[in-house]
Design a protein around this ligand. Structure first.
Ligand code: GAR
Length: 238
């Protein structure tokens, strides 16, 4: 039996850690090309730390308050990632902007999940803003991290319908479910070198022909499509 070569991934979190949990779940599969080297939080007491520790994943807190500057803080995070021998950094609800030198060092090897269909709704409070804008589709995006916030090349996206009567919480829950399907799939593509950042774009290679031609696997995780309630969807279609 051939063994899968695994890339070591450091996950950065600030809070709940449900996307981190989805990556940990995916990494349980021996065929998944990722080993979670460790989880780093900038927030002491982040719920995700307990989840990771309970699963035997090394965790550490590197708090901004313990460092004199943003550069010093990111330097400490960089040193911790080096200590973990991580080759890829996955931001999973990491709520602090990273400094340009740190981002440039990891460019092409650091990805983020954002709770909106970029380039719409960069920044915070995306679900409320999507509702206010009256969009009928919302979703999430995994992208390479570049110095400009939520601006890097897109790797994969999942769309969900906005239902009549949604509030920010119901919409967030629907998007979060999509995030948990999308993030492990996108991280796998990066780990396998099938999605690479090149010349400011994401370049895909080695994908099945139907995927490369626009199969939904880069634009929505399979299970999600089945879970969408078609009757409700019909009600929002004019
Ligand atoms: C997720 O919805 C993620 O997309 C978002 O924070 C949430 C973290 O949840 N990230 C951002 O807004 C980054 N700008 P989680 O801690 O349960 O994964």
């Amino acid at each position: 039996m051939s063994t899968v070569s695994k890339k070591r991934v450091a996950i950065l979190i600030s809070g709940r850690g449900s996307n981190m949990g989805a990556l940990l779940d995916a990494a349980v599969d021996p065929a998944y090309p990722i080993e979670i080297a460790g989880v780093i939080s900038d927030t002491p007491g982040a719920a995700g730390l307990g989840i990771a520790a309970a699963r035997g994943v090394p965790v550490q807190v590197i708090a901004r308050a313990d460092h004199a500057s943003k550069d010093a803080h990111d330097g400490a995070i960089d040193a911790a990632i080096a200590e973990l021998n991580a080759e890829i950094v996955a931001l999973a609800g990491y709520m602090r902007l990273l400094t340009t030198p740190f981002v440039e060092k990891w460019q092409g090897r650091m990805i983020n999940i954002h709770p909106a269909l970029l380039p719409s709704f960069k920044g915070l409070d995306t679900h409320r803003r999507a509702l206010e804008a009256g969009t009928r589709l919302h979703g999430c995006t995994v992208h390479f991290v570049t110095p400009q916030m939520d601006d890097g090349p897109i790797i994969a996206q999942a769309a969900v319908p906005v239902m009549i009567g949604d509030d920010a919480d119901t919409l967030a829950a629907r998007v979060l479910k999509a995030e948990h399907g999308l993030y492990p799939m996108a991280l796998k593509l990066v780990a396998e070198g099938k999605a690479r950042m090149q010349g400011g774009r994401t370049v895909f290679s080695g994908l099945a022909e139907d995927t490369a031609n626009g199969d939904a696997s880069l634009s929505a995780p399979g299970p999600l499509r089945e879970e969408i309630d078609l009757e409700q969807l019909a009600r929002i279609t004019p």
